[in-house]
Design a protein around this ligand. Sequence first.
Ligand SMILES: *Cc1c(COP(=O)(O)O)cnc(C)c1O
Length: 236
Amino acid sequence: MKNAPADALQQVNQRITNACQQVKRPNNSVTLLAVSKRHGIDKIRAVYASGQRHFGENYLNEALEKQQALTDLPIIWHYIGSIQSNKTRKIANHFAWVHTVDSLKIAERLSNQRPKDLPPLNICLQINIDNENSKSGLLPDTNQLTALVDKIIALPHLKLRGLMCIPELKADVDAQRVTFSRMQALQQTLQQHLQQHQRKQTLDTLSMGMSDDLDAAIACGATIVRVGTAIFGQRN
Ligand SMILES: *Cc1c(COP(=O)(O)O)cnc(C)c1O
């Protein structure tokens, strides 16, 4: 049991390798984000020691405490939780990536509050791809999204990298792929829109796939998979 996180990490990396091979994608085209919410810093250290560098957190106060305790490690921190307006300053100060931007207002605040001595904050727009009432995110409406993208790419201290989703739970791999393919198509539509308007910005990130569906997500172009349980075990 002593090497449990290390073994689990290796298994997840092997799943990523296999999923890439199946669709002839290079292995390094997918980044593993280890989702450490509600897991302690000892486990984070163990996973870091096995080579993992990108970690994701959902709860701001919990994340800030862990960051304080782990300042000796050059971890790349991703914020993947819901965002209230009064939290944007801390998020803009303490993370390299934010996956859950779902309004212009939040994007503007993050840009304004990003410290000028840090590189632009990498962001993804969260898409409510299954139109669920219970989930936040932007609806997959091409016209509304292109209008929003045009405004967001003009913000000076953000770098729009792409789209993120948390789909409905689907046990069936074919159903998972249908949803992820819709995300991929949406991303391509937005990319074409940017090209047609001579914007040099490229959308290079699709943040999708978790412990149960990362293989289907990779088949549909995911470039970041966000994995918690399969690395760290059940959450407390
Ligand atoms: C918790 C969480 C994950 C990880 O989910 P697992 O099923 O534990 O792999 C990924 N993305 C988001 C946004 C999460 O909140």
